[in-house]
Design a protein around this ligand. Sequence first.
Ligand code: NAD
Ligand code: LMR
Length: 332
Amino acid sequence: MAEPLRVVVTGAAGQIAYSLLYIVAKGDVFGPNQPIILHLLDIPPMMGVLEGVVMELADCALPLLHGVVPTDDPAVAFKDVTAAFLVGAMPRKQGMERKDLLSANVKIFKVQGEALDKYAKKDVKVLVVGNPANTNALICSRYAPSIPKENFTAMTRLDQNRAQAQIAAKLGVPVRQVSNLIIWGNHSSTQFPDASHALVNINGANTAVVEAIKDAAWLNSVFVETVQKRGAAVINARKMSSAMSAAKAASDHMRDWFLGTEDGRFVSMGVISDGSYCAPKDVIFSFPVTIKCGKWKIVQELGITDFARKLLDATGKELEEERQEAIQIIEA
Ligand SMILES: NC(=O)c1ccc[n+]([C@@H]2O[C@H](COP(=O)([O-])OP(=O)(O)OC[C@H]3O[C@@H](n4cnc5c(N)ncnc54)[C@H](O)[C@@H]3O)[C@@H](O)[C@H]2O)c1
Ligand SMILES: O=C(O)C[C@H](O)C(=O)O
């Protein structure tokens, strides 16, 4: 059997981690033959709760889980890790936008960037889930200069999964038959969920979703807005932000990054922008990517309509504004 991988989950006593830890520990992310040692980071007041999570992990009797390291010390949490799920951060409440969390959360990602730089493996793959995820990932990367910028990503997979589920429901097909939905830009209400390159597999043949749905007005309005506002809809209903679906999306993101995307399918990830599709450079922008051998590559030369262009520009502008605000908060 392979050597165990060290995987850190921050915010380990929180609600997303409660679902995520089980998915990771049972082998759904790194594969059924890959043992892991889980490093669990939370803040000092949560150590009692974390103890209960550790008990439950033991009680799951999971064969791939070779060790658990609960801690409130980033130096211990990030030591020799190969994968990092950065979940620990304050969630938004009803009526807030995710960027309203910048002042509460961005400093966490500076500290954790510094700790990753010092203690993690240099090829560590980092997924930022804590909001505002794109800008937190950018700040984390800036404070970890010895780790390649390509190794810092932000989660827009939940938005992609939401988009896929909306299209599948509209067409009355299982979600697995729908692929290649794109989330462009920020994990915020300016994101652009784009179905114009998506495919639906009907009776073994791929058809463009646009052709199958034949309702451009719905695709450009109801569909886009439903996905953009889905996080807020869950908060309004649950009075807490999404957790089960966020954990599933985090595991999908990391699994595809480690194990690769299927031929002919692409997925969306917030990655460091190289200016593809005229997105602003040096922000973490969600693009469609394919992944092979642990490396993501932005899918190029997809057609962009005038409608799409406006939405891509708006979400890019918001990311530039968030970057500026984050730097001001950190330097204050
Ligand atoms: N990107 C996405 O799609 C997405 C989806 C859902 C939620 N989120 C975000 O994920 C974050 C976590 O959500 P949750 O529902 O699990 O929240 P939660 O409040 O249930 O848990 C957060 C945990 O993080 C811990 N924490 C706070 N500061 C920390 C630090 N410096 N180091 C380590 N741990 C720390 C808290 O003590 C708590 O246990 C929120 O910011 C939320 O908005 C993002
Ligand atoms: O909406 C939120 O604040 C939580 C999360 O980002 C989500 O999309 O559900």
